[in-house]
Design a binder for this molecule. Structure first.
Ligand code: AMP
Length: 414
């Protein structure tokens, strides 16, 4: 995999970091040969014990960027962790991200004999309490459940060495920032702090200033590289024809693992039902689904039993399935940055991917905002059967005068 950072080919390999040999062999087993740009920049600085501000989103390899040096540090200085204690706290906004980070600890830390636990809401608290009672080397947590456990006296931070705040901007978006601040106020001041955020809104910049001590700033701007690897298409379509268009696309060859984005939870459910009527099996994940339903849908998708997964933006945030072949934006994202997050679910870990966006006349402005952000025009697929009348609005931006008044319900080839 060739990864560029500001035009420079990142050629440094993992050996030069002088990581524990067990960690190196885990990296090798995972098939990683070249550190990603965020890893190249972050790992040596974290190994020196410095605080770090990482501007990076999922898909850049940021999890390994912080876990590898942390695991290395823990393996160098084995400490008897007391009951309820932890040496590392990793705070992340969603359950999916938390369990993925926990899985990554198992993956990268194989053979190191480190204890780790993950705590998040929506599941029973008692097994989490039992895990904490034994004391752990690493604790991965979402804010609400962690506060709950802290308030019940199950977490002690006297032995804390490293604090990682992951996806800080998402914490803000999801309304967790006050919980995060409450947690931070109870951590010891002497520790190494690593803060990762995809964007830097004012509130996060202020928070970073207040918790990081002379941090090193590292930045991975995957947008252009990720966007370049993905074949993107716009399918102009009348809103009423979107369900039929989706079905016709899903019948195409090569639709191996398809992630479909909708704006709303109801929209996601409607698509599942609609596909079921045509005997197309699909599952949905969103905030109204129970934790176990979300996990089973995600696992089915990850293992290939479910080939079509429908998700809302927030629910999909933590999805890390390297084999996603296609992303379909059933609804155009309202926030242009979400477009990059969405399509970045495909073309993971060096693979190629295709992103198809359904754009109805009311969504044209959203498309324009996306094209402005990614600094290029997305090519228009005129070959699909529902292109027809909807195409007129694309050809003439003065659509006020040319928009069709009656909607096409039947496919029309141009
Ligand atoms: P993350 O940004 O941490 O969500 O990682 C995105 C994906 O990249 C995950 O599937 C990782 O397993 C994968 N990954 C992380 N580091 C590397 C690397 N150096 N080479 C190849 N894949 C990697």
């Amino acid at each position: 995999m060739q990864l560029y950072y500001k035009g420079i080919l990142a050629v440094q390999d993992f050996l030069s970091f002088h990581l524990n040999s067990l960690i190196l062999s885990s990296i090798e087993k995972n098939g990683y040969t070249t550190p990603t740009p965020i890893q190249t920049q972050a790992i040596p600085n974290i190994m020196q014990g410095l605080d770090l501000l990482g501007i990076a989103q999922t898909g850049t390899g940021k999890t390994a960027a912080f876990l590898l040096p942390i695991l290395n540090k823990l393996s160098q200085t084995k400490v008897e962790v007391r009951s309820k204690g932890t040496r590392v706290l990793i705070l992340t906004p969603t359950r999916e991200l938390a369990s993925q980070i926990n899985d990554s600890i198992s993956k990268y830390g194989r053979g190191l004999n480190l204890k780790h636990a993950v705590v998040y809401g929506g599941v029973g608290i008692h097994p989490q309490m039992s895990a904490l009672l034994k004391g752990v080397d690493l604790l991965v947590a979402t804010p609400g459940r962690l506060l709950d456990l802290m308030n019940q006296g199950y977490v002690k931070y006297e032995q804390l060495e490293v604090f990682v705040l992951d996806e800080a901007d998402r914490m803000l978006d999801m309304g967790f920032i006050h919980d995060v601040k409450r947690i931070i106020s109870r951590l010891p001041s002497k520790k190494q702090t690593l803060l990762f955020s995809a964007t830097m809104p004012n509130d996060i910049a202020k928070l970073a200033n207040s918790i990081l001590k002379t941090p090193v700033k590292v930045e991975a701007t995957p947008e252009s590289s990720v966007v370049e690897k993905i074949e993107q298409k716009i399918n102009y379509v009348e809103k009423v024809n979107k369900p039929q268009l989706l079905k016709s696309i899903l019948k195409n060859k090569g639709m191996e693992r398809v992630l479909i984005f909708t704006r709303t939870k109801h929209g996601a459910n409607r698509i599942v039902q609609h596909l079921q009527l045509s005997s197309i099996r699909a599952a949905a994940i969103h905030g109204n689904k129970s934790q176990s339903a979300r996990e089973s849908a995600l696992n089915g998708f990850r293992h290939g039993n479910i080939k079509i997964l429908i998700a809302t933006d927030i629910a999909a945030r933590g999805i890390d399935v390297p084999e996603i072949s296609h992303v379909i934006n059933y609804d155009m994202p309202v926030d242009p940055e979400s477009y990059i997050h969405r399509i970045g679910r495909t073309a993971r870990a060096g693979r190629k991917g295709i992103a198809i966006s359904f754009c109805d006349p009311s969504e044209k402005k959203l498309l324009m905002a996306i094209e402005k952000l990614i600094k290029c025009k997305v090519s228009i697929d005129t070959t699909h059967p529902y292109h027809g009348v909807a195409a007129q609005f694309s050809q003439n931006t003065a659509i006020k005068t040319t928009l069709p008044t009656n909607r096409t319900r039947h496919p029309k080839k141009r």
